[in-house]
Design a protein around this ligand. Sequence first.
Ligand code: ADP
Ligand code: MG
Length: 269
Amino acid sequence: MRERIVISVSGKGGVGKTTTTALLTRILIEKTKTNLLVVDADPVLNLPRALGIEVPDTVGSIATKLRKSIDDGAISGSVTKQDVLEGEIFESLIEGDQFDFLAMGRTEGEGCYCFVNRLLTQILDRLSQNYEITLMDMSAGLEHLSRRTNRNVDMLIIVVDASRAAYEAALRIRDLAKEVHIEFKKIVVIGNRFPPGMEEDLRGKLEEEGLELIGMIPSDDELSKANYQGTSLIDLPSNSSGVLAVEAIAEKLGLLGDATFLKLLGKSS
Ligand SMILES: Nc1ncnc2c1ncn2[C@@H]1O[C@H](COP(=O)(O)OP(=O)(O)O)[C@@H](O)[C@H]1O
Ligand SMILES: [Mg+2]
């Protein structure tokens, strides 16, 4: 098994995080034999549809149930909270032929969920040890960074569209990542749905901020149609412009070959 890596896809709401995550998933399962865990860390839960999968239980819904059991005194004595939660979460893991899937969802109810959130972090950390690549679709908010629910993250992909707000969000995400001491080995930016001809301008702007533009995803009609019909992006034609763009990005990131990838992370094999 090759080096384990966690990739988080972040950015302002609506910029294309879920689309990017789904297309990366598609490329990884199509082009590699990567042992892959895909995580929907956005409570809105758009990723399952984009991947064409049903999600009966989320980590959050299980955590909520656990919280109730603790309040009711149903859990005590020999079993620890962590044991219970961990066991249940492994049940909520959806094991597919080509990749495994976990939906974080959200916890409900009142009170402090600090311990639950801490457990989720630990469990995700542990779970990701079992996979070569863990690919996480993050929520638009920055709280996941400050809560450090994606500690030990190797690579941060920030998606921007052609809006000032998305650009500023990208800079904030970068700064926050530094503030909370999340050690990203690599931070890259993807430009999604920019009008043609804007790539070099964006690249220059980002470079001044010390950020690398790794590629652009064009506005893709096939993708829009799939989105309208609510069908999976896994089934998009291979020659659709969005798929081709993300394939080029995956290649550039070294995700399609072992050696490049290790070099990218500054690790020797
Ligand atoms: N390159 C693209 N071409 C066409 N439609 C896109 C593209 N990128 C995103 N979209 C559409 O824009 C909307 C928002 O994208 P999404 O990936 O859900 O954003 P986020 O996850 O960042 O909120 C979705 O309806 C998606 O299908
Ligand atoms: Mg999304």
